[in-house]
Design a protein around this ligand. Structure first.
Ligand SMILES: [Zn+2]
Length: 167
């Protein structure tokens, strides 16, 4: 078996978190906060379940990490791993929590996430390094698989409705 790099190892943990969300019917996006060589917090998208616009995987993981360290400012060297390129809200939260490095898997398809702009903007006097494409294929397939399955389900439901109308 091929040995995983450090980045791949932690991205796998984020993928695992995403799958927990998937099992609950959420769009499968997962995140973990890493300090040293340890995962200190995990999160997955819970937007549907909580009906909260802010319930993104990164927010969940960052909140948990802050609680763990009893500090809004995460210790130096904290890294965030997330299966999808972070949105501006999550980039903002990462900067506020002083995350030092962000690794993401799949790229935001529409290229509108402002990830590098926000990382470079030096907001809050803090710069975050961002690296994309870690286990990109796996992360992207997890998402596309979810959307394909969702569309098929919707189609099947529509057909069912149509057939019932005919009766
Ligand atoms: Zn987000």
């Amino acid at each position: 078996m091929q040995k995983l790099t450090r980045e791949e190892k932690f991205m796998r943990a984020a993928i695992k978190a995403a799958k927990r969300g998937l099992a609950q019917g959420e769009v499968p996006i997962g995140a973990v906060v890493v300090y040293g060589d340890e995962v200190v917090a995990r999160g997955y998208n819970r937007r549907a379940k909580l009906q909260l616009a802010s319930a993104h995987a990164e927010m969940m993981a960052i909140d948990k990490a802050c609680k763990k360290f009893h500090s809004w400012r995460l210790p130096e060297g904290c890294e965030l791993y997330v299966t999808l390129e972070p949105c501006p809200m999550c980039m903002g939260a990462s900067l506020n929590a002083r995350v030092d490095k962000i690794y993401f898997g799949a790229y935001e398809q529409k290229g509108r996430s402002l990830t590098s702009e926000l990382a470079e903007a030096n907001l809050l006097n803090h710069k975050t390094e961002v690296f994309g494409g870690v286990l990109e294929k796996e992360c992207a397939e997890l998402l596309s698989g979810f959307f394909i399955a969702m569309r098929q389900k919707q189609k099947a439901e529509k057909e069912k409705e149509k057939n019932q109308e005919k009766k």
